[in-house]
Design a protein around this ligand. Structure first.
Ligand SMILES: [Zn+2]
Ligand SMILES: [Zn+2]
Ligand SMILES: [Zn+2]
Ligand SMILES: [Zn+2]
Ligand SMILES: [Zn+2]
Length: 409
Protein backbone atom coordinates (compact mmCIF):
# COMPACT_ATOMS: atom_id res chain seq x y z
CA UNK A 1 0.00 0.00 0.00
CA UNK A 2 2.69 2.44 1.07
CA UNK A 3 4.72 1.37 -1.85
CA UNK A 4 1.90 2.02 -4.33
CA UNK A 5 1.24 5.42 -2.86
CA UNK A 6 4.90 6.22 -3.03
CA UNK A 7 5.18 5.20 -6.66
CA UNK A 8 2.00 7.14 -7.52
CA UNK A 9 3.40 10.20 -5.85
CA UNK A 10 6.65 9.75 -7.65
CA UNK A 11 4.90 9.31 -10.99
CA UNK A 12 2.84 12.36 -10.26
CA UNK A 13 5.92 14.47 -9.71
CA UNK A 14 7.53 13.15 -12.88
CA UNK A 15 4.39 13.81 -14.86
CA UNK A 16 4.16 17.36 -13.57
CA UNK A 17 7.78 18.38 -13.79
CA UNK A 18 8.71 16.74 -17.07
CA UNK A 19 7.13 19.23 -19.50
CA UNK A 20 8.32 22.13 -17.36
CA UNK A 21 11.79 20.72 -17.44
CA UNK A 22 11.69 20.54 -21.26
CA UNK A 23 10.84 24.26 -21.49
CA UNK A 24 13.50 25.24 -19.00
CA UNK A 25 15.99 23.20 -21.02
CA UNK A 26 14.95 24.70 -24.35
CA UNK A 27 15.10 28.23 -22.96
CA UNK A 28 18.57 27.67 -21.51
CA UNK A 29 19.87 25.83 -24.56
CA UNK A 30 18.99 28.41 -27.22
CA UNK A 31 20.11 31.33 -25.08
CA UNK A 32 23.43 29.68 -24.21
CA UNK A 33 24.11 28.86 -27.84
CA UNK A 34 23.34 32.46 -28.80
CA UNK A 35 25.87 33.64 -26.20
CA UNK A 36 28.48 31.29 -27.67
CA UNK A 37 27.87 32.94 -31.03
CA UNK A 38 28.42 36.36 -29.48
CA UNK A 39 31.82 35.25 -28.18
CA UNK A 40 32.59 33.87 -31.64
CA UNK A 41 31.70 37.27 -33.12
CA UNK A 42 34.11 39.00 -30.75
CA UNK A 43 36.79 36.51 -31.73
CA UNK A 44 36.09 37.16 -35.43
CA UNK A 45 36.54 40.92 -35.23
CA UNK A 46 39.49 41.01 -32.83
CA UNK A 47 42.84 39.29 -33.36
CA UNK A 48 44.08 36.90 -30.68
CA UNK A 49 47.48 37.04 -28.95
CA UNK A 50 48.84 34.16 -31.01
CA UNK A 51 47.65 35.83 -34.23
CA UNK A 52 49.46 39.03 -33.31
CA UNK A 53 52.58 36.96 -32.71
CA UNK A 54 52.17 35.19 -36.05
CA UNK A 55 51.71 38.36 -38.02
CA UNK A 56 53.90 40.95 -36.31
CA UNK A 57 56.71 39.16 -34.42
CA UNK A 58 59.20 39.27 -37.29
CA UNK A 59 58.72 42.95 -38.12
CA UNK A 60 58.11 44.74 -34.79
CA UNK A 61 60.45 45.67 -31.96
CA UNK A 62 59.70 43.86 -28.64
CA UNK A 63 58.20 47.07 -27.16
CA UNK A 64 55.89 47.56 -30.14
CA UNK A 65 54.82 43.90 -30.08
CA UNK A 66 53.94 44.18 -26.40
CA UNK A 67 51.94 47.33 -27.14
CA UNK A 68 50.00 45.60 -29.94
CA UNK A 69 49.08 42.79 -27.57
CA UNK A 70 48.09 44.84 -24.57
CA UNK A 71 46.23 47.51 -26.53
CA UNK A 72 44.00 44.86 -28.03
CA UNK A 73 40.70 44.48 -26.26
CA UNK A 74 40.55 40.80 -27.18
CA UNK A 75 42.75 39.99 -24.22
CA UNK A 76 40.20 41.21 -21.78
CA UNK A 77 37.78 38.64 -20.53
CA UNK A 78 34.49 40.22 -21.55
CA UNK A 79 32.33 37.18 -20.76
CA UNK A 80 29.36 38.11 -18.59
CA UNK A 81 28.69 34.53 -17.40
CA UNK A 82 24.93 34.68 -17.88
CA UNK A 83 22.44 32.33 -16.30
CA UNK A 84 18.90 31.73 -17.48
CA UNK A 85 15.73 30.99 -15.60
CA UNK A 86 12.59 29.97 -17.36
CA UNK A 87 9.53 31.65 -15.83
CA UNK A 88 6.30 30.73 -17.60
CA UNK A 89 4.59 29.81 -20.83
CA UNK A 90 1.75 31.73 -22.36
CA UNK A 91 -0.08 29.73 -25.05
CA UNK A 92 -1.25 31.67 -28.11
CA UNK A 93 -3.61 30.90 -30.94
CA UNK A 94 -2.47 28.61 -33.73
CA UNK A 95 -0.18 26.27 -31.80
CA UNK A 96 2.06 29.16 -30.72
CA UNK A 97 3.65 29.64 -27.34
CA UNK A 98 5.48 32.52 -25.68
CA UNK A 99 8.27 31.23 -23.41
CA UNK A 100 9.20 33.80 -20.77
CA UNK A 101 12.39 33.84 -18.76
CA UNK A 102 15.11 35.89 -17.15
CA UNK A 103 18.73 36.40 -18.10
CA UNK A 104 21.08 37.32 -15.27
CA UNK A 105 24.56 38.60 -16.04
CA UNK A 106 27.60 40.11 -14.46
CA UNK A 107 28.81 42.75 -16.89
CA UNK A 108 32.56 43.39 -16.57
CA UNK A 109 33.60 47.00 -16.29
CA UNK A 110 37.21 48.12 -16.66
CA UNK A 111 38.64 51.25 -15.14
CA UNK A 112 42.11 52.75 -15.05
CA UNK A 113 43.39 54.33 -11.92
CA UNK A 114 47.00 55.18 -11.27
CA UNK A 115 48.09 53.27 -14.36
CA UNK A 116 46.49 50.08 -13.09
CA UNK A 117 43.49 48.43 -14.62
CA UNK A 118 40.79 47.14 -12.32
CA UNK A 119 37.83 45.00 -13.22
CA UNK A 120 34.49 45.26 -11.46
CA UNK A 121 31.14 43.67 -12.22
CA UNK A 122 27.68 45.14 -12.56
CA UNK A 123 24.61 42.94 -12.16
CA UNK A 124 22.19 43.05 -15.05
CA UNK A 125 18.80 41.41 -15.33
CA UNK A 126 17.02 41.17 -18.66
CA UNK A 127 13.60 39.71 -19.36
CA UNK A 128 13.60 37.41 -22.37
CA UNK A 129 10.70 35.96 -24.31
CA UNK A 130 10.68 33.66 -27.29
CA UNK A 131 7.70 32.91 -29.50
CA UNK A 132 7.80 29.28 -30.64
CA UNK A 133 5.65 26.94 -32.68
CA UNK A 134 5.41 23.21 -32.10
CA UNK A 135 6.57 21.40 -35.22
CA UNK A 136 7.40 17.77 -35.98
CA UNK A 137 11.06 18.19 -35.12
CA UNK A 138 10.60 20.28 -32.00
CA UNK A 139 9.98 23.94 -31.26
CA UNK A 140 10.77 26.51 -33.92
CA UNK A 141 11.42 30.15 -33.07
CA UNK A 142 9.37 32.93 -34.67
CA UNK A 143 10.22 35.89 -32.43
CA UNK A 144 12.95 36.61 -29.92
CA UNK A 145 12.63 39.64 -27.69
CA UNK A 146 14.37 41.14 -24.68
CA UNK A 147 13.01 43.74 -22.32
CA UNK A 148 13.78 47.27 -23.46
CA UNK A 149 16.88 48.43 -21.58
CA UNK A 150 15.82 52.07 -21.93
CA UNK A 151 12.59 51.77 -19.90
CA UNK A 152 13.40 48.49 -18.12
CA UNK A 153 10.53 46.83 -19.95
CA UNK A 154 7.91 49.21 -18.55
CA UNK A 155 7.16 50.89 -21.89
CA UNK A 156 6.85 54.28 -20.19
CA UNK A 157 9.04 57.28 -21.02
CA UNK A 158 11.87 57.35 -18.51
CA UNK A 159 12.39 61.12 -18.71
CA UNK A 160 8.88 62.21 -17.75
CA UNK A 161 7.29 59.07 -16.32
CA UNK A 162 4.73 59.06 -19.12
CA UNK A 163 3.12 62.46 -18.48
CA UNK A 164 4.63 64.06 -21.57
CA UNK A 165 5.80 66.98 -19.45
CA UNK A 166 8.94 67.21 -17.36
CA UNK A 167 8.51 67.33 -13.61
CA UNK A 168 8.73 70.86 -12.21
CA UNK A 169 12.16 71.49 -10.72
CA UNK A 170 13.31 73.72 -7.90
CA UNK A 171 13.66 77.29 -9.18
CA UNK A 172 17.32 78.05 -9.83
CA UNK A 173 16.88 81.74 -9.08
CA UNK A 174 15.33 81.60 -5.59
CA UNK A 175 16.45 78.07 -4.61
CA UNK A 176 12.81 77.08 -4.27
CA UNK A 177 11.81 79.70 -1.71
CA UNK A 178 9.75 81.77 -4.15
CA UNK A 179 11.30 84.93 -2.69
CA UNK A 180 14.20 87.16 -3.63
CA UNK A 181 15.94 89.91 -1.75
CA UNK A 182 16.00 93.39 -3.19
CA UNK A 183 18.54 95.89 -2.00
CA UNK A 184 17.32 99.46 -1.93
CA UNK A 185 18.40 102.66 -0.20
CA UNK A 186 15.74 101.98 2.40
CA UNK A 187 17.22 98.57 3.16
CA UNK A 188 16.68 94.95 2.20
CA UNK A 189 13.26 94.17 0.83
CA UNK A 190 11.79 90.73 0.26
CA UNK A 191 10.01 90.39 -3.09
CA UNK A 192 8.39 87.67 -5.14
CA UNK A 193 10.86 85.77 -7.33
CA UNK A 194 10.43 87.05 -10.87
CA UNK A 195 11.62 83.79 -12.48
CA UNK A 196 9.06 81.42 -10.92
CA UNK A 197 6.53 84.09 -10.02
CA UNK A 198 6.70 83.03 -6.39
CA UNK A 199 5.93 79.34 -6.85
CA UNK A 200 9.52 78.21 -6.11
CA UNK A 201 9.35 75.81 -9.03
CA UNK A 202 10.30 76.08 -12.69
CA UNK A 203 7.57 75.71 -15.26
CA UNK A 204 7.29 72.16 -16.61
CA UNK A 205 8.09 71.92 -20.30
CA UNK A 206 7.29 69.39 -22.99
CA UNK A 207 9.36 66.20 -22.68
CA UNK A 208 11.93 66.06 -25.48
CA UNK A 209 12.25 62.28 -25.33
CA UNK A 210 8.66 61.22 -26.04
CA UNK A 211 7.50 64.06 -28.31
CA UNK A 212 6.61 61.54 -31.02
CA UNK A 213 5.56 58.63 -28.82
CA UNK A 214 3.48 60.75 -26.39
CA UNK A 215 4.52 59.47 -22.98
CA UNK A 216 5.59 56.07 -24.23
CA UNK A 217 9.21 54.93 -24.27
CA UNK A 218 10.75 56.28 -27.46
CA UNK A 219 13.07 53.27 -27.85
CA UNK A 220 10.49 50.47 -27.82
CA UNK A 221 7.45 52.63 -28.73
CA UNK A 222 5.84 51.62 -25.47
CA UNK A 223 5.94 47.88 -26.08
CA UNK A 224 8.54 47.25 -23.37
CA UNK A 225 10.11 44.62 -25.63
CA UNK A 226 12.80 44.84 -28.27
CA UNK A 227 13.14 42.44 -31.17
CA UNK A 228 16.69 41.05 -31.35
CA UNK A 229 16.23 38.92 -34.46
CA UNK A 230 17.00 41.76 -36.90
CA UNK A 231 20.69 41.12 -36.13
CA UNK A 232 20.36 37.80 -37.95
CA UNK A 233 19.78 39.50 -41.31
CA UNK A 234 23.43 40.49 -41.66
CA UNK A 235 24.67 36.88 -41.64
CA UNK A 236 22.88 36.32 -44.97
CA UNK A 237 24.59 39.27 -46.68
CA UNK A 238 27.48 38.68 -49.05
CA UNK A 239 30.96 39.31 -47.73
CA UNK A 240 33.25 40.75 -50.39
CA UNK A 241 36.48 38.89 -50.97
CA UNK A 242 39.73 40.51 -49.90
CA UNK A 243 43.08 40.09 -51.60
CA UNK A 244 46.26 40.01 -49.57
CA UNK A 245 49.87 40.55 -50.52
CA UNK A 246 52.91 38.49 -49.64
CA UNK A 247 55.88 40.73 -49.18
CA UNK A 248 58.74 40.62 -46.70
CA UNK A 249 61.76 42.88 -46.85
CA UNK A 250 63.21 44.87 -43.95
CA UNK A 251 66.37 46.11 -45.72
CA UNK A 252 65.20 49.73 -46.09
CA UNK A 253 62.59 51.82 -44.19
CA UNK A 254 60.46 52.02 -47.33
CA UNK A 255 60.50 48.26 -47.86
CA UNK A 256 59.78 47.71 -44.16
CA UNK A 257 56.73 49.99 -44.50
CA UNK A 258 55.63 48.00 -47.59
CA UNK A 259 55.99 44.87 -45.46
CA UNK A 260 53.72 46.33 -42.76
CA UNK A 261 51.09 47.25 -45.34
CA UNK A 262 51.30 43.71 -46.78
CA UNK A 263 50.84 42.19 -43.32
CA UNK A 264 47.91 44.52 -42.68
CA UNK A 265 46.27 43.16 -45.84
CA UNK A 266 46.85 39.61 -44.54
CA UNK A 267 45.33 40.51 -41.16
CA UNK A 268 42.32 41.94 -42.98
CA UNK A 269 41.95 38.80 -45.06
CA UNK A 270 42.12 36.65 -41.92
CA UNK A 271 39.46 38.86 -40.26
CA UNK A 272 37.16 38.49 -43.26
CA UNK A 273 37.65 34.70 -43.20
CA UNK A 274 36.79 34.60 -39.51
CA UNK A 275 33.69 36.74 -40.07
CA UNK A 276 32.66 34.26 -42.77
CA UNK A 277 33.07 31.35 -40.31
CA UNK A 278 31.06 33.25 -37.72
CA UNK A 279 28.26 33.94 -40.21
CA UNK A 280 28.13 30.23 -41.14
CA UNK A 281 27.83 29.28 -37.46
CA UNK A 282 24.93 31.73 -37.01
CA UNK A 283 23.23 30.36 -40.14
CA UNK A 284 23.55 26.81 -38.75
CA UNK A 285 22.01 28.03 -35.48
CA UNK A 286 19.12 29.58 -37.40
CA UNK A 287 18.62 26.41 -39.45
CA UNK A 288 18.34 24.38 -36.25
CA UNK A 289 15.99 26.58 -34.25
CA UNK A 290 14.24 29.10 -36.50
CA UNK A 291 10.93 28.65 -38.27
CA UNK A 292 11.34 28.53 -42.05
CA UNK A 293 9.47 31.80 -42.66
CA UNK A 294 11.82 33.60 -40.27
CA UNK A 295 14.89 32.24 -42.07
CA UNK A 296 13.36 33.28 -45.40
CA UNK A 297 12.72 36.84 -44.24
CA UNK A 298 16.26 37.15 -42.79
CA UNK A 299 17.68 35.91 -46.11
CA UNK A 300 15.55 38.34 -48.09
CA UNK A 301 16.58 41.33 -45.95
CA UNK A 302 20.21 40.19 -45.80
CA UNK A 303 20.45 40.15 -49.58
CA UNK A 304 19.63 43.86 -49.75
CA UNK A 305 21.99 44.74 -46.95
CA UNK A 306 25.51 45.53 -48.11
CA UNK A 307 28.16 44.14 -45.79
CA UNK A 308 30.69 46.75 -44.72
CA UNK A 309 34.21 45.54 -44.24
CA UNK A 310 36.16 47.04 -41.36
CA UNK A 311 38.44 49.75 -42.79
CA UNK A 312 38.66 50.70 -46.45
CA UNK A 313 39.31 48.68 -49.57
CA UNK A 314 41.50 51.39 -51.09
CA UNK A 315 45.24 50.61 -50.93
CA UNK A 316 47.51 52.78 -48.80
CA UNK A 317 50.28 54.77 -50.48
CA UNK A 318 53.77 55.59 -49.21
CA UNK A 319 54.28 59.36 -49.43
CA UNK A 320 57.60 60.17 -47.82
CA UNK A 321 60.61 58.61 -46.08
CA UNK A 322 62.69 60.57 -43.56
CA UNK A 323 65.85 58.87 -42.30
CA UNK A 324 68.15 59.98 -39.51
CA UNK A 325 70.79 57.62 -38.14
CA UNK A 326 69.20 54.42 -36.89
CA UNK A 327 65.69 55.92 -36.96
CA UNK A 328 63.30 56.50 -39.82
CA UNK A 329 59.78 57.83 -40.33
CA UNK A 330 57.65 56.69 -43.25
CA UNK A 331 54.55 58.74 -44.02
CA UNK A 332 51.70 56.73 -45.49
CA UNK A 333 48.47 58.01 -47.00
CA UNK A 334 45.74 55.73 -45.69
CA UNK A 335 42.01 55.59 -46.33
CA UNK A 336 38.99 54.99 -44.13
CA UNK A 337 35.36 54.89 -45.03
CA UNK A 338 33.35 57.19 -42.81
CA UNK A 339 29.59 57.02 -43.31
CA UNK A 340 29.99 55.51 -46.78
CA UNK A 341 32.55 58.09 -47.91
CA UNK A 342 36.26 57.41 -48.33
CA UNK A 343 38.51 59.82 -46.50
CA UNK A 344 42.27 59.96 -46.51
CA UNK A 345 44.59 60.61 -43.59
CA UNK A 346 48.33 60.43 -43.03
CA UNK A 347 49.75 57.80 -40.76
CA UNK A 348 53.39 57.82 -39.73
CA UNK A 349 55.33 54.59 -39.18
CA UNK A 350 58.45 54.82 -37.03
CA UNK A 351 61.31 52.41 -37.63
CA UNK A 352 64.38 51.49 -35.61
CA UNK A 353 67.42 49.92 -37.25
CA UNK A 354 68.37 46.92 -35.13
CA UNK A 355 70.14 43.59 -35.90
CA UNK A 356 70.54 44.62 -39.53
CA UNK A 357 66.80 45.16 -40.01
CA UNK A 358 64.44 48.13 -40.03
CA UNK A 359 61.96 47.12 -37.32
CA UNK A 360 58.57 48.73 -36.73
CA UNK A 361 58.76 50.59 -33.42
CA UNK A 362 55.71 52.86 -33.29
CA UNK A 363 53.08 54.60 -35.32
CA UNK A 364 51.23 57.86 -35.01
CA UNK A 365 49.36 60.64 -36.71
CA UNK A 366 50.53 64.04 -37.87
CA UNK A 367 50.04 66.67 -35.17
CA UNK A 368 46.80 68.50 -36.00
CA UNK A 369 48.16 71.78 -34.64
CA UNK A 370 51.39 72.16 -36.64
CA UNK A 371 50.45 69.75 -39.49
CA UNK A 372 53.56 67.68 -38.73
CA UNK A 373 56.07 70.56 -38.97
CA UNK A 374 56.74 70.73 -35.21
CA UNK A 375 56.92 74.52 -35.38
CA UNK A 376 54.89 76.85 -33.11
CA UNK A 377 52.09 78.22 -35.26
CA UNK A 378 51.72 81.43 -33.25
CA UNK A 379 55.31 82.76 -33.48
CA UNK A 380 56.28 80.64 -36.51
CA UNK A 381 59.29 79.28 -34.63
CA UNK A 382 60.74 82.61 -33.42
CA UNK A 383 60.02 81.67 -29.81
CA UNK A 384 60.56 85.19 -28.41
CA UNK A 385 57.84 86.43 -26.03
CA UNK A 386 55.41 83.83 -27.36
CA UNK A 387 52.63 82.85 -24.96
CA UNK A 388 52.17 79.45 -26.57
CA UNK A 389 55.67 77.94 -26.65
CA UNK A 390 57.17 79.11 -23.32
CA UNK A 391 58.13 75.52 -22.35
CA UNK A 392 59.86 74.72 -25.64
CA UNK A 393 60.59 78.05 -27.40
CA UNK A 394 59.73 77.95 -31.10
CA UNK A 395 58.33 74.42 -30.92
CA UNK A 396 54.67 73.41 -31.35
CA UNK A 397 53.15 73.17 -27.87
CA UNK A 398 50.75 70.35 -28.80
CA UNK A 399 53.41 67.83 -29.86
CA UNK A 400 56.48 69.50 -28.25
CA UNK A 401 58.11 69.75 -31.67
CA UNK A 402 57.92 66.09 -32.67
CA UNK A 403 55.24 66.80 -35.31
CA UNK A 404 53.35 63.62 -34.37
CA UNK A 405 50.91 62.15 -31.96
CA UNK A 406 52.29 58.73 -31.15
CA UNK A 407 50.07 55.70 -30.57
CA UNK A 408 52.52 54.17 -28.12
CA UNK A 409 53.62 56.67 -25.49
ZN1 LIG B 1 11.37 51.00 -23.79
ZN1 LIG C 1 8.66 61.76 -21.86
ZN1 LIG D 1 12.00 81.37 -8.07
ZN1 LIG E 1 52.60 69.93 -33.36
ZN1 LIG F 1 55.57 80.24 -30.20
Amino acid sequence: MMRRLFSQLFLGIVFLSSPLFAQQKFFEKVNKELDQLKLKAMDAYLPTASEIDNFWKAVATPAQLKFLKTSNRAFRDLASHPSYTWKKNVPQQGNLLWIYGIKQEKIPHFSFRGGKETKTYRDKTTQVRILVRQENDGWKILKWETSCSFCNGKGVCKECGGTGMTKPKKCWSCQGTGKRKRYTKAGVQEVKCFVCKGTGKTKPYKCWSCQKTKGKCSMCKGKGWKNILNKFEEVYSTIPSVSSKNYFDLSTPKNAAQTILAIESQVKKRTVEKIGEFFKAVQAFAQKYFAQELIDSCKEKGKNRPFRLPGSSKDAKIKDVQKQGNRAIVLVEEYASVGGKTRSYTQAYFFLYTDGKWKWDNSGYLCWSCKGKGVCRYCHGKGKNCWSCKKNPGKCSTCQGTGFRMKRK
